[in-house]
Design a protein around this ligand. Structure first.
Ligand code: FES
Ligand code: FE
Length: 434
């Protein structure tokens, strides 16, 4: 990618615009792999998916596949899913439990911690005692860290520690993770599906696009699936912006917001919150609803319909937007439910998620259709130059002066401060050559 092209992008982003072509650009896709995904902390899964030694799942950071495995001493390892002999994909199952990983090509055998155990005929073929297994183990991701059971890895050994990377975002992430003492567990397995849309569209939408909800998802209300008063429930919310994280809250609504958890769960959450965090709820906003942690981990804690004549039930989904190519993304979506939640709530939350943001969910399909038409238009020679408008809110909104939490908080969720911050972070990282 030419320096001139990056400079032009920087100039446009500084002017709160963006060329449509960024959503389908092979040069940018290549540079994003190198300068964003190889340098950022990326979410791989949840420790509840691999509860016992030998449990593993296969996960990805952009194009790199990793075996995420719990070893014999309960350490979670993140091992490149490529044999040290010829690089053959070692583990073909998506998940399972195993004592060893055996390469299907020539049969090298690896232990659960990634160490090479043996190779067929090693003494005969390399010379007796000359085959050093200690130098032929699987390659680990350079940094691995687990925060409240959330498993992250980073391919840059020089990157700051995960706790520093998360930084003040933890103040808001507490609301997602701390509802009960038992903590969260993944319900079932994560679902994944491919959309013909650029990964940045999902990240950009979840970080700050409250604006689309009433229109894009309006049919859900018109069809009677969700109550009518919810159409613009984010309009009166709050949007909080940091350079690596953005989060939106809705206004509190007795029927339709993420506070619709069973009362004991809300009491338990409040008991775990700091005074400042409780003060945020006392301002009439919901729990943090939608968010993105740069680059591609998004959150949604929202209520959804689950049964006729029943109030909506909240669900929490974490999702990653895995780039497969320019304008092509694999969506990974985890449903998380508190381990000690009542069974009736678990069933309602699961159903509410499935009907709204599972791969066949109505709201999911609403969003994916928007994003795929954008990525398609971004291929056009003429259309890719279209300057998109990212100016919302900046001429009349000031941060809330006495907001109790970190970041700049704006008194409206239909605004684009968080999206502008996302794109500034994106161009900052693309410009960093080393
Ligand atoms: Fe794995 Fe040869 S490629 S044993
Ligand atoms: Fe949406």
């Amino acid at each position: 990618m030419s320096h001139t092209k990056l400079t032009a992008l920087r100039r446009q982003i500084d002017a709160d615009t963006l060329p449509l072509g960024v959503f389908n650009d092979p040069d940018l896709f290549a540079l994003e792999q190198e300068r964003i995904f190889a340098r950022s902390w990326c979410f791989l899964g949840h420790a509840s998916e691999i509860p016992e030694p030998g449990d593993f799942v296969v996960r990805y950071i952009a194009q790199d596949g990793f075996i995420v495995v719990r070893d014999d001493d309960n350490t979670i390892r993140v091992l490149l899913n490529a044999c040290r002999h010829r690089g053959r994909q070692l583990c073909r199952a998506e998940r399972g439990r195993t004592s060893t990983f055996v390469c299907p090509y020539h049969g090298w055998v690896y232990r659960r911690d990634g160490a090479l155990h043996a190779a067929p005929h090693a003494d005969d073929l390399f010379g007796a005692g000359r085959f050093d297994v200690s130098t032929r183990g699987l390659v680990s991701a350079p940094q691995v860290a687990v925060w409240r059971d959330w498993i992250f890895a980073c391919l840059d050994p020089a990157a700051p520690a995960l706790q520093d990377y998360l930084g003040d975002a933890v103040w808001y992430l507490d609301f997602y993770t701390n509802k009960t003492p038992g903590g969260l567990a993944v319900h079932g397995s994560p679902q994944r599906w491919v959309i013909e849309a650029d990964w940045k569209l999902g990240a950009d939408n979840f970080i700050g696009d409250g604006y689309h909800t009433a229109v894009t998802h309006g049919s859900t209300v018109r069809a009677g699936i969700l109550p009518a008063q919810t159409g613009d429930f984010l309009l009166d919310g709050v949007q909080v912006v940091m350079d690596h994280f953005g989060v939106g809250m809705a206004r509190q609504d007795p029927l339709f917001n993420s506070l619709a958890y069973p009362p004991p769960m809300i009491e338990s959450l409040r008991a775990a919150l700091s005074d400042d965090q409780q003060a945020m709820l006392d301002r009439g906003v919901s729990l943090p609803t939608h968010a993105t942690l740069f680059p591609n981990l998004s959150f949604l804690n929202a209520p959804g319909a689950h049964a006729p004549d029943q109030p909506p039930a909240p669900y929490l989904t974490l999702r990653t937007w895995r780039p497969l190519g320019p304008g092509r993304t694999e969506v990974w979506s985890w449903l998380l439910i508190e381990r000690d939640a009542p069974d009736a709530f678990r069933a309602a939350s699961h159903r509410a998620y499935t009907l709204s943001f599972g791969p066949s969910g109505t709201l999911e399909q609403d969003d994916a259709e928007n994003w795929s038409t954008i990525s398609s238009a971004a291929r056009g020679t003429f259309g890719r130059q279209l300057a998109l408008d990212y100016a919302m809110g900046q001429n009349h909104l000031e941060p809330i002066a006495d907001w109790p939490g970190p970041g700049a908080a704006y008194p409206l969720d239909y605004t684009e401060f968080a999206q502008r911050a996302f794109w500034r972070r994106w161009i900052d990282m693309l410009e960093q050559a080393v």
